[in-house]
Design a protein around this ligand. Sequence first.
Ligand code: GLY
Length: 538
Amino acid sequence: MAFPHALVVSASPHASEAGAQLMRAGGNAFDAAACTGFVLAVTWPEAGNLGGGGLMVARKSAGEVVTLDFREIAPATSYADMFLDAKGEVVLDLSLRSALASGVPGSVEGLLRLWADHGSGKISRRKLLAPAIRLAQDGFPLSAEIAESINKRRDRFAVDPGASKIFVRADGRPWREGDLLVQPDLARTLRRIAAKGRDGFYRGPVAHAIASQQSNTGGLITLDDLATYESKYRPPIRGDFRGYEIISMGPPSSGGILLIEMLNMLDTFPLEGLCPGTPAYIHLLTEIQRRAYADRAEHMADSDFHPVPVDTLISRDYARRRASDIHLDRATPSAKIRAGETPPEPQHTTHYSVVDSEGNAVALTTTLNASFGSGIVIDGAGFLMNNQMDDFSIKPGAPNLYGVTGGKANAIEPRKRMLSSMTPTLAVRDGRTALLLGSPGGSTIVTTVLQVFLNVALHGMNIQDAVAAPRHHSQWTPDEIFIEPDAFSEETLADLRGLGHAINDKPSKIGAANCIAIEAQGLHGASDPRRQSSAKGF
Ligand code: GLY
């Protein structure tokens, strides 16, 4: 279905509806994006958040591009080997499930900033936060998917006083579809933000609750870390491919650089006649991906701390050199193989896309890192904290949650942003925004965005088919192709093995891309069939 005026595609029907309603009431896409983000913090608790961070790439109707980084930062007293024991070994789960796992949250600052700087000026802060406050205060009926997702983590929530209050039912039974999830503490926090803006979160009672819980439980985030947190406008990463201009996110994300580097490498090959899902296509994408992800591990990090050679990495010359040792008849083994402990899982991070009737387009990806972040709720304030510190390279060569490795560039340093894979991306054609792309999925985000884009730009699919098509992923280490279950035939897999590839069919679905195509007939939202997804517009 095509919507003529405005559209929000997100993981939650409540969040998409709230954003669409705000645009009906005269708000623009930035107002709607901020409102949708606050509602996701209530109704999509596994990744929507107040206690996490995110990245936004937007293009205004007149062509101005805005890229906002509201990624978490390492606390001021953090240090490089904070997740290692006395022998220099990684302490299991410390960077994922402890108070130390959290970076200083950026989402509240980021959402308020994009509303204040780019909103229509017609939507007050109270109006912006009203739907989130109502849904937290009155509750919302759980979908089967969220109920299951919470039930799966019951034991983890039960050990945290704040999380058990919200996610463990008093009567002990599991959550069922239709049960109301009521979050009064979260509603109070949201009301404070509505009344005082960023000071309602980064100063006052909420900041004190975060800082005192952190210091009582071994975390490092202080009142000063919170009071001084700032989101930052960043230069966008730009490239072009077959008539499209691509606009994506730069450091502290690896997403935009990887995407352009991979497209540039791909463009050095004759692509006509290559079909998605065939061994030849999967092989070529894998070879490109492993080279780009090797560059990620070596070169990419927060550019405020490490000189990222962006211009080189996204240049056509570099791509030509990098792709020159790709063989179409055999796999190149990754130089160093380190198996990831955990295969990529799709249930973390969330992406949403918003377009308004003026043509403003916002692609925004936000995250707590793992599903439900660290699993730790700030007790009394009602929100989950991120475990984004795991996105740093906690020990050179040690795989993180997504199995990706890193070196010195992405080591922990005070107030540094951890390297991300989030890839909110816009594709422009003939001077007009044509595609809004993005996905959750940790290190699989970039290859998901790559495949969705290629499905449209190279293979002529409509946006829904492009999003629904089976996916594969590779990332240098481990030296494997991850494939979705039942996505490819046994013959295809046998051919890939014959070319020298190891196949990992353990991961579940890859990504959950909530995308939009802007076409002459209207706005087409693509709901990814892999996860709950909702398109609301008018
Ligand atoms: N935590 C997922 C990412 O930022 O890549």
